[in-house]
Write a protein that binds this ligand. Structure first.
Ligand code: HEM
Length: 473
């Protein structure tokens, strides 16, 4: 499986040495660093030399007084002795320069070393502050000439130390940014994984329920068997498509907007999605219909879904009309089907409403529930569910998916409650963190059960049977 980007290794250093040096030069200009400053600092290097060893001893003595700083020293006294040597060289180079590209690269590496060992940034700041105080004091102590020059030298030394502090801070900042990017990527991966889990659970659920039907159908016939096998095949392809889409995540298809013929697009969708043998199709396209602007490939997928929905809603046959007309800002296409009729022998049996946006799952549940004597109605979105509830308030059970294309199951739940408080609601949901809260809410408000996709068909049938007549199942 491929994720949006490969994960950058921890602490990726994105800026190169040249960029760092030009940044340093920019900062030099900011603090007004000049060759005069460099000369003043260089002039006191020899003067300060005897003061350096005690300063460095003090530097490490202070570290030893702070357990949070000390814990990064893992090599004990020997390491401290070695570090005193490296720090001495660091101070010597500070005072002598030259402040060139190599200088900046070396200083940045020293800063980065502290990031790597996990030293809290405040300690480098405090340690440098202590070093600064020590250098200023030593300078005052050993200063041989008049106070005017001393003040200028203080200023030069301070600028230099500020620039070095900026280099160390930059190393920390680099790590901070890398960490931020990494956590943003992790969030993205989490979202992608959640979406994929949901997208895969739907086709898996269809495969699982179809397989159950094939193994357990009470009145199997060739036609139904073929239908369920076809659904399995289609949904395996769908799951495969999800995985392909995931690997193409980085190159997410951007709609390719071009003028296209809506009529041809509908024809193509019909050609690859049989609306069912008892379904009469009527197409009404005015001859002067203008082309529409859109991504024909994506629109064809939408049309195909509408055709499949219509087919599933008309398992007993009916009429599908597709009409197009010129609209103010494009072309309007209307799909109309003649819904589901109830066979006379079914009247009086428990009525189950299945609300799920996956037409294949609906079709499977249709077969499974009808085989067990239920009357079944299907709705693929909140709006259709509301229409069904409005048309008939005698639903014994509603199997309710929480994630619907035009809203969430909570809305349907409340409408069902209003239509008939006796209606029992069973939530069916693919696990999604953001929906968990809503699932808990409808359970608290009286939903009877939750089935997680891909659910076991016997569990579902048992639940429905338990909520309807005790003689069912
Ligand atoms: C601004 C103040 C500091 C400066 C200028 C400084 C300077 C240095 C230098 C030059 C090195 C050698 C880097 C190398 O060879 O790669 C070093 C390493 C190290 N510093 Fe600092 N240091 C500072 C603050 C601190 C503080 C406050 C601690 C606290 C414990 C500390 C702990 C260490 C440790 C543990 C290493 C060793 C890493 C190793 O063994 O490879 N440093 N430091």
């Amino acid at each position: 499986m491929q994720f949006p980007d490969s994960l950058a290794p921890f602490g990726t250093v994105t800026m190169n040495a040249d960029e760092r040096y030009s940044r340093y030069q920019e900062l030099q200009a900011y603090v007004g660093w000049s060759e005069g400053d460099a000369q003043r600092v260089r002039a006191v290097a020899a003067l300060l030399e005897p003061a350096l060893p005690p300063l460095i001893d003090d530097f490490y003595a202070e570290i030893e007084r702070h357990p949070h700083a000390l814990r990064v020293i893992t090599g004990g006294r020997a390491q401290i002795d070695r570090l005193k040597g490296t720090l001495l060289n660091w101070v010597r180079e500070l005072l002598s320069g030259p402040y060139d590209r190599g200088y900046v690269a070396r200083r940045w590496q020293v800063g980065w070393r502290h990031v790597e060992i996990g030293l809290d940034q405040v300690f480098t700041n405090m340690a440098l502050s202590r070093l600064r105080t020590g250098l200023v004091q030593a300078l005052r102590q050993h200063w041989p000439s008049g106070p005017g020059d001393l003040f200028d030298t203080f200023r030069s030394l301070n600028k230099l130390l500020d620039l070095d502090l900026a280099i160390i801070e930059d190393a920390y900042q680099t790590e901070h940014l890398a960490r931020q990017q990494r956590s943003e990527r992790l969030v993205t991966i989490g979202q992608v994984a959640g979406g994929v889990a949901h997208e895969l659970r739907n086709p898996l659920n269809v495969v699982k329920t179809a397989a159950y039907y094939l193994l357990n159908a009470r009145q199997p016939n060739l036609e139904k068997t073929a239908e369920h096998l076809r659904r399995i095949e289609q949904n395996v392809a769908l799951a495969d498509g999800v995985i392909t889409a995931l690997s193409n995540f980085a190159k997410m298809p951007v709609p390719d907007l071009r003028p296209f013929s809506v009529e041809r697009c509908v024809q193509e969708a019909l050609a690859s999605n049989d609306p069912g043998k008892n379904v009469a199709v009527a197409l009404e396209f005015p001859p002067d219909l203008p082309p529409a602007l859109g991504d024909a490939d994506q629109v064809r997928i939408v049309f195909a879904n509408l055709i499949r929905n219509a087919r599933d809603a008309m398992a007993q046959g009916g009429q599908l009309a597709v009409r197009a007309s010129r609209a103010e800002d494009g072309v309007e296409v209307v799909f109309q089907e003649t819904g589901v009729g109830i066979p006379p022998e079914a009247v009086g049996q428990p009525l189950v409403l299945v609300v799920d946006d996956d037409p294949d799952l609906c079709a499977n549940l249709w077969d499974l529930l009808r085989e067990r004597g239920y009357r079944v109605c299907l709705a693929h979105d909140v709006e259709t569910a509301a229409e069904r509830l409005h048309a008939d308030n005698r639903f014994a059970v509603i199997l309710l998916d929480m994630k619907l294309p035009d809203g969430d199951g909570t809305e349907v739940f409340h409408q069902a409650r209003q239509a008939n408080p006796q209606t029992q609601v069973v939530v069916i949901t693919g696990y999604q963190a953001e929906l968990e809260q809503r699932v808990r809410q409808v359970l608290a408000e009286g939903a009877r059960a939750v089935l997680h996709k891909p659910f076991n068909v016997p569990d579902l049938l048992r639940t429905v049977a338990g909520l309807t007549a005790p003689t069912q199942e």
